[in-house]
Ligand binder design. Structure first.
Ligand SMILES: [Zn+2]
Length: 241
């Protein structure tokens, strides 16, 4: 398994960090987990041609995770992608299709087939990937109820073999089902409390890659302690496990 973090930044753009996106190459399947703004440039930089990515998997709809998807699809169209593209969405697939049409982006015009799936179908289509719903969007319950919105507050974490990607989370407790016997965890190090990140030590994961920024408390902790298996995410460098 090989993976490259294209974007390790948080939702607040900064000059030297990309927005969320991780490329995974496992058993010949090339997957893109999240697709923040600028993902199309990362594919160009890494010379991944328009036919290489098999599936794009969006953990949740916050803009730093999905804002690059329309441009990536447009690039595939203009570069005449010929292979079908599977896109797994966190919720509300029909509404996403309406967003494509809103942008005058009609899949009927493309030389490739775009297949939009709800996330629940991912383990069937790609049996290598395990999915887990997380607690990231639960804090929106009140406003969703008050405004009577169709939002389902779905946000997902993923495991492929002995590698996992948390995407954004409020606690690491919500990841418990996918943590045993991991080699590598790419974890959101911005939102969870320090104590929640430190709890990951119990799982004896070989490397915990701190992604999506660092909370101020974790940043301070790292300055004063032996990092051990905690590593700050590096972008555009291939990791092999
Ligand atoms: Zn985020």
């Amino acid at each position: 398994m090989e993976f490259t973090i294209f974007g390790s930044g948080s939702g607040l753009p900064v000059l030297d960090k990309g927005l969320s996106s991780i490329y995974v190459n496992y058993q010949g399947k090339k997957l893109l987990f999240d697709c923040g703004e600028g993902s199309s440039y990362h594919l160009l930089r890494h010379e991944l041609c328009q036919n290489e990515i098999d599936a794009i998997i969006i953990s949740h709809y916050h803009p730093d995770h999905v804002s690059g998807l329309l441009m990536l699809i447009q690039m595939f169209y203009l570069k005449k992608r010929s292979k079908e593209l599977q896109v797994f969405l966190p919720e509300r697939v029909a509404d996403f299709e309406a967003i494509l049409q809103f942008h005058y982006t009609f899949k009927q015009r493309w030389p490739f087939e775009l297949i939009l799936h709800p996330m629940e179908e991912l383990p069937r289509v790609c049996p290598q990937v395990k999915i887990l719903q997380t607690d990231h969007l639960e804090g929106y319950q009140d406003i969703v109820k008050e405004l009577d919105l169709p939002n389902q507050m779905k946000s997902w974490a993923f495991r492929v073999d002995n590698w996992a990607y948390s995407s954004d989370i409020e606690t690491t407790d919500c990841l418990a089902p996918i943590l045993p016997n991991l080699d590598t965890l790419v974890v959101d190090a911005l939102h969870p409390e320090l104590e929640q990140i430190l709890k990951l030590k119990e799982y004896r994961i070989r490397q915990v890659i701190l992604n999506h920024g660092l909370s101020p408390a974790l940043d301070e902790w790292l300055k004063n302690h032996e990092n051990g298996n905690f590593i700050v995410a590096e972008e555009n460098v291939p990791y092999h496990i």
